[in-house]
Design a protein around this ligand. Structure first.
Ligand SMILES: C[S@@+](CC[C@H](N)C(=O)[O-])C[C@H]1O[C@@H](n2cnc3c(N)ncnc32)[C@H](O)[C@@H]1O
Length: 228
């Protein structure tokens, strides 16, 4: 069975395409069917081609607040990487989609999900070119991916009552940890501004107060709900 083209930017990856991705000429194969890989895609593909046998783990915002998840419904792990969030959401019983720009990691996630007997629709997708459409999801999870221009689209992608779980790096973090590029670092309380259209249910951001070796450092976490 070959990969099914969903649209120009998002395509479902099957086990067949995973085998091709593992083949040394895999990119040549993908390039024949799809536009040339963007620089971002190349960067992440190269990173994900490094072997990593550890089982992907969900972000703390999801692990610590798992009890807030509904028992059924639709969920999206946006810019999912190895898919720790998607695996937890599928374990929870939700109908899960996972999207990432890297076909390499999407194929790996498909294989992990199959091994664990979890059902995840994993898609190669440039979420900037094809953001999630309106009122699609009961749960939306974004970890360690900061694209401010998507904030309104993410709010709109929630169904009324839906929950956004967001976690990423802050400017006020331990020096030397995480990305250095300020574009990828949240300003103080910035998640609250970006998602002001949602009702805050959980927010955690500790900045550089007190004992920096304790607590939940370097990141901000938000769980927020769409009410309208
Ligand atoms: C730092 S990783 C985080 C991955 C995962 N969410 C996690 O918490 O481990 C950032 C992810 O964003 C993905 N990404 C970057 N630009 C993207 C885009 N335009 N569309 C979809 N995914 C993108 C990368 O491929 C990478 O997997």
């Amino acid at each position: 069975m070959s990969g099914c083209v969903v649209n120009r930017s998002c395509r479902t990856t099957t086990l067949h395409s995973f085998r091709l991705a593992g083949h040394k000429n895999s990119h040549q194969h993908l390039d024949m069917k799809h536009p040339p890989l963007s620089d971002i895609q190349r960067k992440w593909d190269a990173r994900y081609q490094q072997p990593d046998t550890a089982l992907p783990v969900a972000a703390e915002v999801l692990l610590q607040n798992r009890h807030l998840l509904p028992k059924t419904g639709s969920a999206l792990d946006l810019a999912c990487g190895r898919g720790g969030n998607a695996l937890l959401l599928a374990e929870q019983g939700l109908t899960v989609k996972a999207q990432d720009i890297s076909p390499v990691v999407i194929a790996q996630l498909q294989q992990t999900a199959q091994k664990l007997n979890l059902n995840i629709a994993a898609e190669t997708c440039d979420v900037l070119a094809t953001p999630p459409s309106a009122e699609q999801y009961d749960v939306l999870v974004v970890s360690y991916y900061l694209e401010r221009s998507l904030a309104t689209k993410l709010i709109n992608a929630l169904k009324p009552g839906g929950l956004l779980f967001y976690q990423t790096w802050c400017q006020q973090k331990t020096p030397g940890r995480g990305p250095q590029n300020p574009d990828y670092l949240l300003a103080d309380n910035e998640l609250l501004t970006l998602f002001a259209g949602l009702k805050v249910r959980v927010y955690r951001e500790e900045a550089q107060l007190g004992d920096m070796t304790a607590g939940c450092r370097d990141v901000a976490m938000l769980v927020a709900q769409r009410l309208d």
